[in-house]
Design a protein around this ligand. Sequence first.
Ligand code: HEC
Ligand code: HEC
Length: 219
Amino acid sequence: MRFAVIVSFGLGVAALSVTGMVGADPAAGEGVFKANNCGDCHYTQGPAQEKTIGDQMAKKGPELWYAGSKFQQPWLEQWLQDPQPIRHIKYNSVTEENPGDHPKLAAGDAASVTEFLMSLTVAEVEAGVIKPKKSAKGRLIFVKKMPCSGCHEFPGKKFKGGRSGPSLLNAGTRLNPDWIYAYLKNIDTFKPIRMMPNFNGVLTDKDMKGVAQYVANFK
Ligand code: HEC
Ligand code: HEC
C-alpha cells in the first residue's frame, strides 16, 4: 500500500516537470502559489467573499480570483520578481505608508505562478472593447468632472493626483484595458466593500468607456 502511494507520487512529479517545460501549466503554478503561502493573504476563488467591512479589514492582501482578467501577463511576471508598491498607503490602512515588503519570487516560480494567476478569468470582462487612447473626453472626466484624480496618482503635469487609491501611473502596462471598463461598470462584482464610489449610473456607458481608454493609456 505504502509502496503504491510513493510510486504514484513519483509519477505525479514527473508529469508536472514535463508539462512545466512546455510552459502553460496553471496547476503547477497553483502548487508554487500554495508552497509560498501566497494564499495566507490572497484568495483565488470567486465570487467575492467580503460581505461586511469586518470581512474586508480581515484581508491581508487584495483578492486574486479575477487576476487573469485584471492584469497584463508581462507586468505580472515581472512584478512578482520585483514587487514595487502599487498602493502608496499600506493595504487596509488610511495613514500608514506602504512598507514595500511584498514577498519576491525567483524567475522560474514567478513564471509558473503567473500561468496560474492568468488562468483566473471572469465572464464580466469582455475582450477587445477598450483600446487605450489619449482621450480628451476621458481626461476631462478623470481630472475635472469626476473626483478620480483626487484619489489616484496619474501622469499629470503639475497635479500628480491623490494617494488614497492605488497608483494608476503605469495602469497601461499593468491593467487589462477591458478590465478597467468592466470594473467601473460592475464594481460590486469585484469589490463589494470598498472606498471607491460606484460610477455606474453617474457616468454614461460612453463616458465609462472614455475614461477607461484614458486610464489604459497611462504608461
Ligand atoms: C503577508 C501577506 C502577503 C503575502 C504572503 C503575499 N502577498 Fe501579495 N499582496 C499583499 C499586499 C498587502 C498587496 C498589495 C501591495 C501593494 O499595493 O503594493 C499584495 C499584492 C499582490 C498582487 C497585486 C494585486 C493587486 O490587486 O494589486 C499580486 C499579483 C500578489 N500580491 C501576488 C502574490 C503572490 C503570488 C504571493 C506569493 C508569492 C503573494 N502575493 C504573497 C500581501 C501579501
Ligand atoms: C474616494 C477615492 C476614489 C475615487 C474618487 C476614485 N477611486 Fe478608483 N479606487 C479607489 C480605491 C481606494 C481603489 C482600490 C479599491 C477600493 O478600496 O475601492 C480604487 C481602485 C481603482 C482602480 C483599480 C486599480 C487597481 O490596481 O486595483 C481603477 C482602475 C480606478 N480605481 C479608477 C478610477 C476612476 C477612473 C475613477 C473616476 C471615475 C476613480 N477611480 C475614482 C479610490 C477612488
